[in-house]
Design a protein around this ligand. Structure first.
Ligand SMILES: [Zn+2]
Length: 224
């Protein structure tokens, strides 16, 4: 949940053009204004789950590259919406509608990559255009084999399944899946070892009903 910037928004008649980690911005979006040292940023149209207010927000890679997030999940996790009039939805993760702009920094210059600009699953008219790895595996009828190989951390088998399912960069994706698992394990281990409240948060998360995005929020959640 982000803090309110009513002291700014109430003094400026027009609505913000976009939001940077909950902060209202009034000029047209440009990655220069979003990140100094980062190498990727997306401008994502997001919607409050509760009141359906729309916000264009800058989104950065967490522990996973934004392109990999799109490949794996067909979606980006943008977290809570900016503060807006004390709406209950301020503490709920936003729905994701569209990648409006996608930028990467190469050799100190920002380049816009249109191929990653697309509708996201909560958009009206979304046609599965950014189909995820999991959907491809399911469509190929390989979900059971995938689950088994994933559980057994069998990289060779994962590569074969992903390749058979027509996933581009299947070697990279197989390694990425196993790296995400290792990260989850390390987070849990660190929490147990420090007896920090983190572990109770993890336990509570595990008990939550399996919401649409829960299974992949966990590796991303500690970035902010
Ligand atoms: Zn709202």
């Amino acid at each position: 949940m982000f803090i309110a910037y009513d002291d700014i928004t109430q003094r400026i008649p027009e609505p913000p053009e976009w939001w940077l980690l909950g902060v209202p911005r009034y000029s047209q979006f440009h990655p220069h204004d979003a990140s100094v040292y980062g190498s990727q940023v997306a401008l994502v149209r997001a919607r409050c789950q509760f009141c359906h207010a729309i916000f264009d927000v800058a989104e950065f890679p967490g522990h996973i590259d934004l392109r990999d997030q799109l490949a794996l999940y067909g979606d980006l996790f943008v977290g809570d919406p900016p503060s807006h009039n004390g709406c209950i939805g301020e503490a709920m993760q936003s729905e994701t509608l569209q990648v409006l702009e996608f930028w990467v920094k190469e050799s100190f210059d920002w380049q816009r990559l249109n191929k990653f600009e697309r509708l996201l699953p909560d958009a009206e008219g979304y046609d599965g255009g950014s189909i995820s790895v999991m959907s491809r595996v399911a469509d190929a009828g390989l979900s059971d084999e995938f689950e088994r190989s994933h559980r057994q951390k069998d990289e060779a088998a994962l590569r074969k399944i992903l390749s058979d399912a027509g996933v581009e960069n299947f070697t990279h994706i197989a390694r990425l899946l196993l790296a995400i698992d290792r990260r989850k394990q390390l987070l849990h281990l660190a929490a147990e070892q420090t007896a920090f409240s983190y572990s109770s948060v993890a336990a509570k998360s595990a008990e939550l009903p399996r919401r649409r995005k829960m299974e992949w929020i966990w590796p991303l959640i500690s970035r902010r």
